[in-house]
Design a protein around this ligand. Sequence first.
Ligand SMILES: *[C@@H]1O[C@H](CO)[C@@H](O)[C@H](O)[C@H]1NC(C)=O
Ligand SMILES: *[C@@H]1O[C@H](CO)[C@@H](O)[C@H](O)[C@H]1NC(C)=O
Ligand SMILES: *[C@@H]1O[C@H](CO)[C@@H](O)[C@H](O)[C@H]1NC(C)=O
Ligand SMILES: *[C@@H]1O[C@H](CO)[C@@H](O)[C@H](O)[C@H]1NC(C)=O
Ligand SMILES: *[C@@H]1O[C@H](CO)[C@@H](O)[C@H](O)[C@H]1NC(C)=O
Length: 481
Amino acid sequence: MVSLIWLMVMCCSCCSSLVEGLGVNWGTMATRKLPPHTIVKMLQDNGIKKVKLFDTDYNTMSALAGSGIEVMVAIPNDMLATMNDYDSAKLWVKKNVTRFNFEGGVNITYVAVGNEPFLKSYNGSFLKTTLPALKNIQSALSDAGYADTIKVTVPLNADVYESPANNPVPSAGRFREDIRNLMTQMVEFFHQTGAPFTVNIYPFLSLYGNPDFPVDFAFFDGASPPVIDGNIQYTNVFDANFDTLVSALNSIGYGDLPIIIGEVGWPTDGDINANTNLAQRFYNGLLKRLAANQGTPLRPNAYIETYLFGLIDEDAKSIAPGAFERHWGIFAFDGQPKYPLDLSGSPTLTAAKDVQYLPQQWCVYNPNTKADVGSKLIDNMNFACTYADCTVLGYGSSCNGLDEKGNASYAFNSYFQTQGQKDGSCDFQGLAMVTTQNNSQGKCNFLVQIVGFDYSSASSASLSLLEMSVLLYVSVMLLFF
Ligand SMILES: *[C@@H]1O[C@H](CO)[C@@H](O)[C@H](O)[C@H]1NC(C)=O
Ligand SMILES: *[C@@H]1O[C@H](CO)[C@@H](O)[C@H](O)[C@H]1NC(C)=O
Ligand SMILES: *[C@@H]1O[C@H](CO)[C@@H](O)[C@H](O)[C@H]1NC(C)=O
Ligand SMILES: *[C@@H]1O[C@H](CO)[C@@H](O)[C@H](O)[C@H]1NC(C)=O
Ligand SMILES: *[C@@H]1O[C@H](CO)[C@@H](O)[C@H](O)[C@H]1NC(C)=O
């Protein structure tokens, strides 16, 4: 009897949260990166079949070749102006799409033109260049014969639409007034080309940005009083936000345009609400809904193509938005799962395999230093934290509560590890020393970094594995015909 119940529980938990075609964002802004083939194996081991990139890095693309994983490649914002020139767009397509399109190559399904280019904090820097870049890339792809297989989209921040302050309900959603014209042209273009609208939705940021935001409304367990919108009751901000976009699209005559979620997720450190418990609560709710193809009140019973943010922590991301920016991964920097998550019918994630770590040693404050070190300690700590990650030291984070010397030790170690433990990186004017004793305490992890993969090493000039496999393929074909 007990085992029967257990079996039933197993069955329900496995089937209920199996999300068809779930994707993840694979960013690489880390000081030390796992080798791309290690990541691709990790994706496969976890049943992840779609990935969204922020560029078209050659090493990454080579590792994805033949994996069967569907890929959204991207053109970074700083290349948008260049893509306003049609010949440059054509060259980009040749070098970054056509090159990987061979039997056993990379299955590119989308090109993302820019990344949240209309974010208010960019002060309008990309308002003039995004749409022309989008059109040029679309034409270049069409010319190269990809019009049917590759769709061109622009991942947009949810701040491109809003509801008026005096009527803050999803049905009142409109595109932001300062870019309404531009958004209308862009949406018309998506409609013509059969491309989806890609939006990044972050319930965590709703909570982070507004101290009065009801915490439960960020999650999917319906514990907070609903927002009433006509005869619809919204019980979570994800639905409300999504439907605000549906209303905005509807207001310009494209209420049926497909929408995909380019980024959604929850960070685990760097803020009082960023921890593994809340991340797990968020993902459990999200994945169940996605698996059930429940849709939202304005688009019920719909499959929503979704890319989680993100795959792995990136300790070199800008922390302008907040210290949590470096902790979005469902995996830690070394490919270790942070908490149980059911992505593919297994209750836990599978860690990256064969990860190579640096030696088991740390850099810490040297207790034999003369007592009065004063501002020298602060200066050296600031130096370390400028070049390495110290975001776990702040309020609400995993290493908050260390004393001043503990802080210094954390900072020194972070720098030492980021530098690959190289000679001279644990000195700090004589304040630091190397130790083989693990100073981690409680949730505060003094980490030992990974060896790290050099993404600049395999230059496209040398004959790479990928090109060799193309050659091999071509010569095998010649043999047969
Ligand atoms: C291809 O993409 C890479 C990475 O995003 C970029 O550095 C490179 O300039 C692109 N190639 C061309 C010809 O635009
Ligand atoms: C690439 O992905 C698309 C979309 O799922 C699929 O229809 C197609 O069969 C895939 N192509 C290859 C070569 O695997
Ligand atoms: C936007 O403007 C603000 C205030 O003038 C400035 O601090 C910030 O650096 C600007 N950002 C960009 C991306 O230009
Ligand atoms: C340790 O560093 C954090 C983050 O900079 C700071 O908030 C905290 O006050 C520091 N603790 C001490 C004892 O200096
Ligand atoms: C150091 O100790 C922490 C906490 O006890 C542990 O989680 C971590 O794995 C240890 N690090 C290494 C490199 O052994």
